[in-house]
Structure formats: C-alpha cells, structure tokens
Ligand binder design. Structure first.
Ligand code: MRU
Length: 345
C-alpha cells in the first residue's frame, strides 16, 4: 500500500534486531505511527489490544511473534509457553492459529526454519490478497456500488486486503467503483480504517451509519456486498465482524449478491459449522465510549451511553453459508458447497 509515495506493509520483521514493526492501527486515521516490539510478549500484546488487527495481519504478526520466541529462547517448554501465550490473544480469526502452528513446527527443526516460515506466511498472505483482487475484479462492473463492512483492506492483511483488493484492482483496471462503508460500531474499523484506505487510494466512498444499508438497498443503490472473513468453516459458514450477518440477511431480502473475500488460510477445514466457532467477547467500554483526538491531537475517550448501564460487546457473528453468493479467493470465485473440493488444489 502506498501512502504519500511510500510503500508500507501492515506488519514486518527485522532479522538483525529480532524486532516486529507495524502500523499502529489504534492511532489511525489520525496519525500514521510505526511501532516496534522486541519480545514475543509485546508483539502478542499488540494483537490483543488491536494495535494490529484483521485476520491476515494478526496471522502474520503471530507468526513473527512465534519466530521471536525461537530466536530469544532455547528450550522447547519456553517455545510451547510462547505459542500458548500468542494463541490466547484473540480466539476467532483462524489465521492466528494457522501461523503460530506452522512457525512452531518449523522452529522445532531450527530457528532459521522458524524465521523462514514466518516470512513465507507474510509473503503468501500478500500474494494471496493480490490474487483475490484479480479474481474479484471480474465480478465488479464499471461504476459498481459496493457495500463493505468493517475493514478487510490492506490494513487487515499484510498488503492489498481481501474485500478491498477487488475494489483496488477494479480501479486499476480503469473502472470507477463506489464504496458504501458501514461505520462498524463499536470500534469503527469502517469509518476509521476503510475510509482511510479508500481516501488514500482515491476510491470514491461514503461512510454510512451501521443501520443505513437497508435504506440504500431499498433504493436500488447498492449492487453488491463484499466483506472479509475471520474464519470460514469447511461448509462455508463465515465468522466476520459483528453486523455482517445483518447485512447478509438484507442482501438476500433485496436480491443483492453477497460476496465474502478471503484467502484459503482463513478457511478452517477442521470446523464444519459456524456454531462451533468461539466468538470473542470484548470489553463493554468499546461500546459505551467513543475515542478520538481532541484539538491538540491527544486521544480522548468520551462516554456516549447512559451512565450506570452496562453493555454487551460480541466482536463477531456467524453468517450461514446459504446467504453467501460466493467466496472470492486466491484460487478463484468459489461457491460455499465447492470449498472442500478446492482444499487440495
Ligand atoms: O476485530 P478485528 O478488527 O480484528 O476484526 C476483523 C475484521 O476486520 C473483520 O472482521 C474483517 O472483515 C475480516 S478480517 C480480514
């Protein structure tokens, strides 16, 4: 991703210093800050507190954190402890477990193999997302009006993104896509991160309230929905940011195609059905307070809910496979019931 003439990945690793560096997504869109972590514990904490977030990005980060543990610790029990520590950060996105397991197994052979594997996972993530863009572009017509939820752009991966990669590819192909961005309460990944990305890529867009999509669909102003995914089961049920299910039901009601864009690393072939997925419950403060910079640019939190009331804050919901038109993957556009047959390809 290019921001002001400079190419950035969301997260990267420096072998010389055993440091993981990343864009601090808590400060976006107000400040572009790069932060560096020297221990696997600090890198894991960055996943937990959402300095880095989004399925592919936390997968790559978990892989790098696991590699950091192999570089700085010598005993197998410390590596196992590190893996458990990293995997305890966030439960829903499967990429995190995919990466920690692969780097762990590689590290049991040698530290060099752990480093190689962590880098390969990050590079494969970027390449898969690039290919998702090429395949997704084929379903986007000129002047297509697309609704997206949350942020499944390059900030949610190592580069390119999943749901936004087809939008970028369509734009590069000379089309003029228009994107409606759900603000995505409670943390506002749509209003903050997706809007930041599209603004910097000169893609025309508007942020809409989370409850405005039906209005625009009913007026025929949305041609398709593209979301990302945090975990896809073998049968094609999808865990994604809270509110995705609602959009899928709406899309069905208005006969609008509903696409889910994701790399194969997000498919959990060991899980058959959506109800088996653990849904992360996050702190109620994310719901009850809004965060933003004051006039001096210092981040502030203000309460916007009635004092004394508590909230509930599930981070994800499950969209059953029958609402999904198709998956946009690096292997092509695939119907939910075809996923299993693509596993080996
Ligand atoms: O809680 P987050 O921000 O890590 O949630 C992940 C997401 O951004 C979305 O669910 C996204 O659509 C899938 S991740 C590519």
């Amino acid at each position: 991703m290019i921001i002001e003439q400079q190419h950035y990945r969301t997260v990267w690793y420096n072998k010389d210093t055993n440091t993981v560096s990343m864009i601090n997504q808590i400060k976006l869109p107000f400040e572009l800050e790069i932060v560096h972590f020297n221990t696997y514990q600090d890198t894991a904490e960055a996943i937990r507190n959402m300095t880095v977030r989004g399925a592919g990005a936390i997968g790559a980060t978990a892989g790098f954190a696991m590699a950091q543990a192999f570089v700085s610790h010598k005993e197998e029990k410390e590596w196992t402890q590190a893996r458990l520590f990293i995997e305890a950060t966030r439960p829903t996105a499967v990429n995190l477990f995919y990466a920690s397991e692969k780097v762990y197994n590689a590290g049991l052979e040698s530290v060099a193999k752990a480093l190689e594997m962590a880098q390969a996972i990050a590079d494969e993530d970027a390449e898969a997302c690039r290919a998702i863009g090429q395949h997704g572009n084929t379903v986007i017509n000129d002047k297509c009006r697309i609704l997206t939820h949350c942020n499944a752009g390059w900030l949610a991966f190592v580069d390119y993104g999943s749901a936004l990669s087809p939008v970028y590819a369509a734009k590069d192909a000379g089309k003029e896509p228009f994107v409606y961005i759900d603000e995505t309460r409670p943390r506002g990944q749509g209003a903050r991160l997706t809007a930041f990305e599209l603004h910097h890529n000169a893609v025309e867009h508007r942020i809409i309230a989370d409850n405005a999509a039906a209005h625009y669909m009913s007026k025929g102003q949305i041609n398709m929905v593209i979301t990302g995914a945090d975990r896809i089961t073998a049968t094609g049920d999808v865990a994604n940011k809270i509110g995705t299910l609602e959009k899928a039901i709406l899309a069905r009601a208005f006969d609008i195609p509903f696409y889910v864009a994701a790399p194969f690393s997000t498919i959990d072939f060991n899980t058959e059905h959506g109800e088996q997925i653990i849904i992360e419950e996050r702190d109620e403060e994310e719901l009850l307070y809004h965060e933003g910079p004051n006039e001096e640019g210092i981040m502030q939190s203000i309460r916007m809910a009635s004092p004394g009331s508590h909230g509930l804050n599930p981070a994800f919901d499950i969209t059953p496979n029958h609402y999904i038109t198709a998956f946009i993957t690096e292997k092509g556009i695939i119907k939910p019931n075809e996923l299993k047959s693509f596993k080996q390809k």
